[in-house]
Design a binder for this molecule. Structure first.
Ligand SMILES: C[S@@+](CC[C@H](N)C(=O)[O-])C[C@H]1O[C@@H](n2cnc3c(N)ncnc32)[C@H](O)[C@@H]1O
Length: 238
């Protein structure tokens, strides 16, 4: 989908696009069978986030926010980690169901930028969700060993290697991922990052480690979704 198309989607069209995509991901075995996008719950959270969150800038499009909410909800992730959490505008969607209703074990954002971490903490404090969120001002690699994660989003942008940091982050993460965990990587559709992300994309294609992987070009940034485990079904890349 082009940038112009992503911006042109109405609310109903964005809801329908994510409903259809979630259905496809469930059919491909990349989300649990029977997964559905709960648009009502998403919009309840969205109106609260609009009131509570201050984000200086973001690349998270409305359709990506829906998709992240759906992935966090459908995987029923209880231990969620975002590496490169900035002001919290990815963690809030991935952890959306728990923020609305409670029921998470650990919701963590890690970022090396202390100002962004302070901003994220203020955002989550104003939101007042029903599950506690922990923002760690550090390299994501320092947080990874502290738990076994159900859902991991890589969104770090290293000043030196930019998105090439995803591969060492993935290697550091794998020993700490739960069985059938979901690993997400943001910005995988941007041509400017293609070379930096080649190693990461090759790694998630390893079917001894990942049951399947799909590139979701729902907006110009895109998202790679990979499910840890041995393949149980054929999962063609889209
Ligand atoms: C571009 S921002 C992500 C913003 C997000 N896509 C959004 O729109 O809200 C990338 C973040 O990664 C952080 N970062 C870079 N290297 C990191 C690392 N090793 N561990 C954790 N965070 C890191 C940066 O400080 C920055 O805040």
């Amino acid at each position: 989908m082009s940038a112009a198309d992503a911006k042109r989607l109405t609310i109903a069209e964005a809801d329908r696009a994510v409903t259809a995509l979630v259905d496809r991901l469930a059919g491909a075995g990349l989300l649990p069978a029977g997964s559905e996008f709960d648009a009502g719950a998403f919009h309840t959270l969205r109106s609260r986030v609009w009131d509570a969150f201050h984000v200086p800038q973001t690349s998270i499009s409305p359709v990506m926010a829906r998709l992240m909410f759906a992935i966090g909800d459908c995987t029923r992730a209880r231990r969620v980690l975002v590496v490169g959490s900035y002001y919290g505008n990815t963690l809030v969607w991935l952890a959306g169901r728990a923020l609305l209703e409670g029921g998470a074990d650990r919701l963590v954002g890690a970022d090396v930028d202390p100002d962004a971490c302070a901003g994220a903490e203020q955002n989550f404090a104003r939101l007042g969700g029903r599950a506690p969120v922990c923002i760690e001002s550090c390299d994501g690699r320092d947080v990874l060993p502290s738990d076994e994660w159900d859902l991991l989003l890589l969104d770090a942008d290293c000043p030196h290697t930019r998105k090439a940091i995803y591969l060492p982050l993935l290697h550091a993460a794998l020993p700490h991922m739960a069985p059938a965990a979901t690993v997400l990587a943001h910005d995988t559709a941007l041509p400017a990052f293609a070379e930096q992300l080649a190693g990461y994309k090759h790694a998630v294609g390893d079917r001894d480690v990942f049951a399947g992987s799909a590139h979701l070009a729902v907006d110009p940034c895109g998202l790679e979704l990979s499910r840890v485990g041995r393949p149980t079904t054929t999962t063609p890349r889209s």
